[in-house]
Design a protein around this ligand. Structure first.
Ligand code: ADQ
Length: 482
């Protein structure tokens, strides 16, 4: 189905490796099950309407769903009860969450337990039984909605850490369905995963899928080791055999719509905006850019510290460079995020207080969502891009930046702890906790000769172009078909 986007073969195959599936008919649908819908409500009263949402998962899957007969099951945000409806050629089936579930399932178990634990416990995860109970109940709710939408020939694709129990729940009601699960975030090693009081239930929930996809091979290997230890699974290559059948556990590194970014970056409108932006910050200054969700995993504070030290040590000056940090507000209901925001804003104030002068600030900081076109203009204007998370499943920003460097200019500084570093080894790879190395790497990026930068960027762009979001989808879907 997904292949149709590029006009390649769309014929589904017959019985899968796991032996669970029968032949799919050519008009079988794809049911996406994800915490959030790909759209959100804006405006009030008669002016209210649905608009596409920003964010990693949505960015990756929405273009594919638009050309696929299918259904998207997800939470609309808020607590309104909304009936299923059509949007932009896609059936939307909203799941209603009670306020207590938003607090326990979403803010609690998903974002204060699993998210920090799966990101190297950068913040201490909390373990609460009432959050877990809500997580189980909400996973049932999503599963019931998927089951109601699916016929036996359809395929279900569950996304991410909010819904790790759903594959087994759906499997129980519909043993013949092909079910896939893709985890967008890292999957931790045993030493961390074992902290979870519900570790076996979660592994069994995931094993309900025919295919479990991860961002990296390392994550798939962590999962495999844990399934052997806790679920009596045996592994042959990437296939796990267990009491419920067989599950393929593999890496499918997610990507972006390279051509869209490349073309937008080349457009006359972007060229005009880049020149306007450069004039505004000072043509002679190099632009250092960062774009993140305001999240403690993204390493914004250590990045600010490295930039401050770069200026402090006189390796560069505000006359020569400017940092632009664009941060999307995120997870307002979780206290750690409010603290992070305060910390980041204090640092921005301190750096500007120390190094700015009239007409020249050191850091431009924007806490808001930008349109895709605005984002492209910033990517196309930036001489150096800092993508330096402390831990990240993949990080699409790194790939978007490469896609926007149509003339092969620009230097990407990339954390070794982003999944993207596995594919983008020609970036300047950095350990964001090593301030000394970080400062030196920014300095190297600012001074890199044009020809060196072009060689590196050209290789990064080839990689992302060849492995774009459509290749990712094709890869996952053909594994799911068996
Ligand atoms: P995120 O951590 O949200 O999601 P990331 O890969 O960093 O995802 O991508 C964020 C997306 O939001 C990008 O497409 C970016 O352009 C967009 N964005 C960021 N800031 C923005 C702003 N201010 N305005 C508008 N758009 C903005 C998770 C995982 C990642 C994984 C993705 C996809 O944590 O590791 O790469 O899913 O699987």
């Amino acid at each position: 189905m997904m292949n149709a986007i590029r006009g390649r073969s769309t014929a589904p195959k017959g019985r899968g490796r796991t032996g669970r599936s029968a032949t799919r008919s050519s008009d079988s649908s794809l049911i996406i099950v994800a915490n959030r819908l790909p759209i959100h409500r804006v405006g009030h009263g008669s002016k209210a309407h649905w608009q596409s949402s920003a964010g990693g998962l949505v960015t990756a899957v929405a273009p594919v769903m638009q050309s696929t007969p299918g259904v998207w099951v997800g939470w609309a945000g808020g607590d309104a009860k909304i009936r299923p409806f059509q949007h932009d050629g896609m059936r939307i089936r909203p799941v209603h969450l009670k306020r207590s579930d938003v607090e326990h399932y979403y803010n609690g178990m998903s974002n204060k337990t699993i998210w920090p634990l799966f990101h190297d416990a950068i913040r201490a995860p909390e373990f609460r039984r009432d959050w877990w109970e809500s997580y189980v109940e909400v996973n049932h709710q999503f599963s019931r909605a998927a089951i109601a939408e699916a016929s036996d020939d359809d395929m279900v694709w569950v996304h991410d850490y909010h819904l790790l129990l759903a594959p087994a729940m759906i499997r129980k009601a519909r043993p013949r369905l092909r079910i896939g699960l893709f985890l967008h975030i890292p999957f931790p090693p045993e030493e961390l995963f074992e902290w979870l009081p519900w570790r076996t239930q979660i592994l069994r929930g995931m094993l309900g899928a025919d295919v479990v996809g991860f961002q990296t091979t390392g994550a798939a290997q962590n999962f495999t080791r844990l399934c052997k230890a806790y679920c009596d699974a045996t592994a042959h290559g990437t296939t796990l055999t267990h009491a419920g059948g067989a599950t393929a556990a593999r890496a499918f590194p997610i990507s972006i719509d390279f051509d869209w970014f490349d073309q937008r970056a080349r457009s006359a409108e972007t060229v005009r905006r880049v020149s306007e932006l450069r004039n505004r910050v000072g043509k002679e200054r190099k632009i250092i850019l960062s774009v993140d969700r305001l999240d403690y995993t993204k390493g914004i504070n250590s990045r600010m510290d490295a930039f401050e030290e770069l200026l402090d040590r006189g390796l560069s000056s505000v006359a020569d460079c400017v940092m632009i940090q664009i941060a999307t507000p995120s997870r307002d209901g979780v206290a750690d995020y409010a603290t992070l925001r305060d910390d980041v804003e204090k640092r921005v104030g301190r750096i500007n207080g120390r190094f700015g002068y009239p007409g020249r600030v050191a850091v431009h900081y924007f806490r808001r969502n930008l349109s895709r076109d605005d984002l492209v203009a910033y990517y196309a204007a930036a001489d150096v891009m800092l993508v330096t998370p402390l831990r990240d499943g993949m990080n699409l920003v790194a790939k978007e930046y490469a896609a926007c460097r149509s003339d092969n200019s620009g230097v990407l500084v990339l954390s070794q702890f982003a999944g993207a570093a596995r594919e983008m080894g020609r970036a300047l790879i950095v350990n964001p906790r090593d301030t000394d190395q970080f400062v030196k790497t920014i300095d190297t990026a600012l001074r890199m000769r044009r020809r060196d930068a072009q060689t590196r960027m050209s290789s990064l762009r080839s990689r992302v172009k060849a492995h774009d979001v459509f290749a990712w989808c094709d890869g996952f879907m053909s594994a799911l078909r068996g």
